[in-house]
Structures are given as structure tokens and as C-alpha cells.
Design a protein around this ligand. Structure first.
Ligand SMILES: Nc1ncnc2c1ncn2[C@@H]1O[C@H](COP(=O)(O)OP(=O)(O)OP(=O)(O)O)[C@@H](O)[C@H]1O
Length: 649
């Protein structure tokens, strides 16, 4: 028997040696193109003859960015089978009370059966050729790990259609029962390196908080639980409305009101992992994206104090400063444009990823407030295991009167020594509540006095301001009065001057007119009127002495009349401007008509001077008479001229 075995082994050895020799000859002497052909057709031949199909499941998908869910599910699924069948196993040590998890080692194979069909699973690892020879402190970092499934090609439909789905379902179910929830923390990016793809470090999540132990109103708790349940079961619904399966909760309230406890209770309720994202350790938006991509499904991402982590105001200020600098340097502007987009973690970067979750747009706001009696009862049950006590009444009253966080209430309820019992704890709480109430009272009083002081100060300031206003008003009025007086004086002066000029010119006219030849005398108003009426009646063109007088007056005293006119015009303008304040442009003849509405004083002045204004239409040769202001409604035409005379009584 031994002889036969030895013979067989020697045959096998020589056959292998011949095979190696043939392969070496093939590699060495066959031209490269032929070798390619032979290899290709060789593969085809093998696959034609070889009746098995293989499917691989890589550890990482998407350019190595994401850990494949299928890979870990298969690992979980095969774990039980490997423990039973595989010869080489890997032990994964787990913290806590859970047993060690075994999985098959690399290059190990286990068989599985599904509906009478046999399949083979193997766990493979390929070391990249560049790593084969080099020494690495972190071996296996770039190794490609995958699971390989082999089955007969006649079962293709069953395996690809039903079996793989079955493996996934089973794997997930096993994972759910065995699952140890984890609390992940992001590692600062300077600690990321080529050998590790994990940007999150984790510990087992073992926070004991549940909704039952949460101290808050039952109604509120139930509402939150309902909301969470609806969300966790709503994958299909979110898909149907085309929304990412995410929900944002904003927990807010004073410190010690149980925000962190609420997160733990939520994680325990949903059986989710917790990712505690420390934004200050994230350098820029790209890093943030990488971190968030690596979070697993069914997890809670916690961003603590989001408003403090993102120094938005500082950033904005810096940007403003940069903008000023860039305005001066357009080249710098171009360079910076690209940089700006991704440098720093920005709120928009965060929002882009988490789908616009932020205050106003958070899906649900949960206010964590001070301890009410209902919440106290939960804490009393948690800490002292009591549902009622004679001191509860007083505590209820005190809790209504003062604000104390659940953390402080819990602190007082905690038994501090062996001798302590519920009565001592409750009394300690009452003492603390009384002290808090007193403190709040003192604080309120202090605040009230500060407020009163502030109000008093504001009042005083307002009074001072009002007095100052009054003083200023008085000053302004005085100034205005002075201004008014000055104007009036100027006006009086202008009136006086104008009137004097007017009078002088009158005088001059009288003297000159009186000295006209042909014995023409200055006509009194009466004379003018009589002459005028007569002329009008006779319609004579030669109106005797009046015609001559008029003619002479016009031709010889034209200049003087112009002067008189100008003087009167400026005099009237001064009056008009000062008194009426409407005259904009130079005074025109037509405007003179408006002086009919001039002050009585002016009229009196004119009348006092004994002036009578007579004007006459050259065309119609008709005299009109008017004591200024004229009673006649007619407006003088542009062709009219003014004749101003003095009544010589
Ligand atoms: N509502 C609550 N129910 C039960 N326990 C609470 C509650 N609030 C606070 N506690 C207790 O107080 C401790 C501190 O509470 P927690 O850290 O959750 O408060 P927080 O609001 O997150 O405070 P901070 O804003 O300072 O982080 C917890 O360990 C818990 O024991």
C-alpha cells in the first residue's frame, strides 16, 4: 500500500514538473500577441467547460469611499455557518456582555444550501502587487477584501433572484438581533491616513436612558415617540414623496434639562447608532462631506451647539475684510474665488449635505424645559422608587413657584449615603427648592431695582433731553423772531427807500412836466378825467392841450418814466417778495396787476402820498382811473403804459 502511494506521488510530482515546464516554455517562447489570443480562448474554453458561476461582493464600493452594506450583511449571515463548518475562523472581540463573534478567515470556504441547491462562499483577500514586497507597518491596509459566491449555472435565476435577497434579509435580521449599538466620534483629519478608511472612532453605546426614565410630561414623550416611530417606518413614504429619509430635530433648553439624555433615549428607542459630530475638528466642507458619507444607515447624527461651532459672524467679518482687500487686487480675487468655496466648514456646506436642516427648517422642535411636577414624579420613581409621599404636595407647590432643572432635581434626589432614605432626599430637595426660590426672589428684586434705576436714569435723560429741546426751541424761536424783525426792518427800509425814490421821481417828473413848453400844466385828476371823458365822447384825435401834454410827456420824459417805472417795480418787488414771498422771477408788467392785493399799508402810503394812478390805452385812447388798487377789473395790456401823476390841489 505504501509502495502504491509512493508511486502515485512520484507520478503526480513528475506530471506537475512537466506542466510547469510547459508553462515556462509557453511564457518564454510564444510571441506576445499569440499568447493573448491563447489566453482569451483558453478562458472561453474553460468557462464553456466549467459549469460554475461566481459573484463577488467587495468590502468597499464607490471608489472605496463607502463600506458596502452587502459585504457586512454577508459577513453576519455567514458568521453562524462559518462557526459550524469552517476550519479557520476569525474571532471578533466585543465589549460588554456580548459573546465573541466568529467569522470565517480569509481564503476559507463554507457551503450553504438553499431550496436543495448547493452554493459555496469564500472570503478572499488580494494584496496589491505594489505591497507584496514592501514592508508596511500597517499590513493589509490597501488589501482588497471580498466575498465570493460560487454556484452552478443551471441555478442562476434562483441564486441571483431569490437566494441573494434571502441572504441579505437573513443577514440583516441576525445583525438586528446581535447588534451592538455604537457611539461614534469623528477623528480630527490630521489623524486620517492612507492606511485607515475610518474617519470615525467608536465605542459601544451603552447609555441606559429610555423614554420611561426621561423626566418630562407624558404627553410630550408620547408625541416624540410617535414621531420617531413614524419616521423609522417611513422609508417607503419618504421614497414615494422623493425626499431623503432624514429628519431633523432641534433640541433646545437651558443646560441640565436633558437634551443629551433625550438623544440617548431616542437612540435606545430606535435602536440606532449615534454619531457625535464635533464640527470644530472638521477642517472644511470636503472633510465634512467625507465624514457624513461614512455614517451608516439608521443612525442619529448629533451636532452639539451648532450655533457655537460655526463661527458665522467671525467668518462673515473675515469675508468682508477679504472683500475689501480683493477689490483692490483683482488678481487675488480670481485666485480666492476657487479657494473660498470649499475652505472652512460653512453652514451651507452642512445644510447641503443634511438637506437643509436648520432652525426655521428643522422638522421638529423639542423644548427641554425646567422640571415640572410630572417630570419630578418620574425622577422620584427612578431615583427613590416611590410613586407618592406626603412631601410631594409641598414639592409640587415649590416646583410651580421656582425653576429647577431635572439635573438639579435628580442631584438632590440621589441617595448620598447608606443612612439616607427617601425622606432625607425629598427634604434635601425641598431645601434646595426653597433656597432656589429665595435666590430667584433676590435676583428678581435686584433685577427690579436695576430696572427701576435704569428707568429713573432714562426718565432723567428724557427730561434733560426735553429741556434741552425746549431750550433749543426757545433759541430757535428767538432767532426766528430776530430774523423776522430783521426782515421787517429791511422791508420797512425798502418800503421807505422805495417810497422816497418814488416820491423823488414824482417830484422830478412834476418839475420837468411842469416846465414843458406851450403852457401845459399839470392836470389835476379832475382835469384829466374831464378831458378824457370829453375826448371819448367827441372821439377827436386832436384833444387839445391834453393831447399835446400827453405827447410831450411821452416823448420827452420817456427816460424818466422808465426810471420811475423801474424804481416802482423794484419797490413793489421788495414789498411783494417780503410780504407775499412768492415772486420768483423779475417783475413783469402783468405782475403789477397782482399788486392789487398788496398790503393796506402800501396802499395807504401811496394814497398818503396823494398818488393817483391813471392809465390809458394807447389804442383806444380811453382813460381809466383808479386809486390804487384799481377797482377796475381790467388787466393792463402789454401795450399800456403807466402815467403817474400827482394831484396838485
Ligand atoms: N429630563 C430628564 N430626565 C431624566 N434625567 C435628566 C433629565 N434632564 C437631566 N437629567 C439628568 O441630568 C444629567 C444631565 O442632563 P443632560 O446632560 O442630558 O442635560 P443637557 O440639557 O444635555 O445639558 P447640557 O446643555 O449642559 O449638555 C443627566 O445625566 C440626567 O441624569
Amino acid at each position: 500500500m505504501v509502495m502504491v502511494m509512493r508511486e502515485m506521488l512520484s507520478h503526480l510530482g513528475s506530471s506537475l514538473a512537466s506542466l510547469v515546464f510547459v508553462y515556462a516554455i509557453f511564457q518564454e517562447y510564444f510571441p506576445f500577441p499569440f499568447r493573448g489570443y491563447i489566453q482569451r480562448y483558453g478562458h472561453k474554453l474553460v468557462s464553456f467547460l466549467y459549469p460554475y458561476i461566481q459573484v463577488t461582493f467587495d468590502e468597499f464600493t464607490g471608489d472605496g469611499m463607502m463600506r458596502s452594506e452587502a459585504f457586512s450583511t454577508i459577513q453576519t449571515y455567514l458568521s453562524a455557518k462559518s462557526t459550524a463548518c469552517a476550519k479557520r475562523l476569525k474571532a471578533n472581540v466585543v465589549k460588554g456582555n456580548k459573546p465573541i463573534v466568529l467569522s470565517m478567515d480569509y481564503n476559507e470556504e463554507v457551503a450553504d444550501e438553499f431550496k436543495g441547491v448547493k452554493v459555496w462562499w469564500s472570503c478572499c483577500k488580494i494584496i496589491p502587487s505594489s505591497n507584496k514586497l514592501s514592508f508596511s507597518y500597517y499590513p493589509g491596509s490597501d488589501d482588497k477584501k471580498f466575498y465570493k459566491l460560487i454556484f452552478h449555472k443551471r441555478n442562476r435565476e434562483l441564486i441571483t433572484g431569490v437566494y441573494i435577497a434571502h441572504v441579505m434579509k437573513e443577514g440583516k435580521a441576525i445583525a438586528a438581533t446581535n447588534r451592538q449599538r455604537k457611539l461614534y466620534c469623528n477623528t480630527p483629519s490630521q489623524h486620517w491616513s492612507w492606511y485607515t478608511k475610518n474617519k470615525w472612532s467608536h465605542v459601544v453605546f451603552e447609555h441606559p436612558a429610555t423614554f420611561d426614565t426621561m423626566a418630562m410630561e407624558t404627553k410630550k414623550k408620547e408625541e416624540i415617540k410617535k414621531d420617531l416611530t413614524k419616521f423609522s417606518k417611513g422609508k417607503q413614504y419618504y421614497a414615494s414623496i422623493g425626499k431623503a429619509w432624514k429628519r431633523g430635530y432641534l433640541l433646545y433648553g437651558p443646560p441640565g434639562t436633558g437634551k443629551s439624555t433625550m438623544i440617548a433615549a431616542m437612540a435606545n428607542f430606535l435602536n440606532y447608532d449615534v454619531y457625535d459630530l464635533e464640527l470644530t475638528a472638521v477642517k472644511d466642507n470636503t472633510e465634512l462631506r467625507r465624514l457624513l458619507i461614512e455614517t451608516s444607515n439608521k443612525s442619529i447624527i448629533v451636532i452639539e451647539d451648532i450655533d457655537c461651532s460655526l463661527d458665522l459672524t467671525g467668518q462673515r467679518k473675515k469675508e468682508e475684510k477679504d472683500e475689501v482687500e480683493e477689490e483692490m487686487d483683482p488678481v487675488k480675487t480670481k485666485e480666492k474665488e476657487g479657494e473660498k468655496k470649499d475652505s472652512k466648514v460653512t453652514l451651507s456646506g452642512l445644510l447641503n449635505f443634511i438637506d437643509g436642516l436648520w432652525r426655521g427648517r428643522m422638522d421638529k422642535h423639542i423644548e427641554m424645559s425646567y422640571c415640572c411636577f410630572e417630570a419630578f414624579k418620574v425622577l422620584a420613581k427612578n431615583y427613590l422608587n416611590i410613586d407618592s409621599h406626603p412631601l410631594f404636595g409641598e414639592i409640587s407647590r415649590l416646583l410651580e413657584e421656582t425653576n429647577m432643572t431635572p439635573a438639579d432635581v435628580a442631584e438632590n434626589l440621589m441617595l448620598k449615603s447608606e443612612e439616607d432614605d427617601e425622606e432625607t432626599s425629598l427634604k434635601a430637595l425641598i431645601e434646595a427648592l426653597v433656597a432656589a426660590k429665595e435666590e430667584a426672589r433676590l435676583k428678581a428684586e435686584e433685577e427690579a431695582s436695576l430696572k427701576a434705576e435704569k428707568e429713573e436714569k432714562e426718565k432723567e435723560e428724557a427730561l434733560l433731553k426735553a429741556e434741552e429741546g425746549k431750550r433749543k426751541g426757545r433759541k430757535r424761536r428767538e432767532k426766528e423772531g430776530r430774523e423776522e424783525k430783521r426782515k421787517e426792518e429791511a422791508l420797512l427800509k425798502a418800503e421807505e427807500e422805495g417810497f422816497q425814490t418814488f416820491k423823488n421821481l414824482f417830484k422830478w417828473n412834476l418839475e420837468n412836466i411842469c416846465s414843458v413848453p406851450r403852457g401845459v400844466e399839470v392836470y389835476s385828476a379832475k382835469n384829466f378825467l374831464c378831458e378824457g371823458r370829453r375826448n371819448a365822447k367827441t372821439r377827436s384825435t386832436d384833444t387839445g392841450p391834453l393831447a399835446h401834454h400827453e405827447h410831450d410827456l411821452m416823448s420827452r420824459c420817456k427816460i424818466c418814466w422808465n426810471k420811475a417805472y423801474t424804481a416802482m417795480e423794484s419797490y413793489l418787488a421788495a414789498l411783494y417778495t417780503n410780504k407775499v414771498g412768492q415772486l420768483k422771477g423779475p417783475l413783469e408788467k402783468a405782475n403789477l396787476w397782482r399788486f392789487r392785493g398788496m398790503t393796506t399799508k402800501f396802499r395807504m402810503n401811496l394814497m398818503g402820498g396823494g398818488a393817483l394812478m391813471l392809465f390809458r390805452s394807447l389804442h383806444h385812447r380811453r382813460w381809466r382811473r383808479s386809486v390804487f388798487p384799481a377797482r377796475s377789473p381790467q388787466k393792463p395790456a402789454a401795450s399800456d403804459y403807466w402815467l403817474v401823476s400827482r394831484l396838485c390841489d
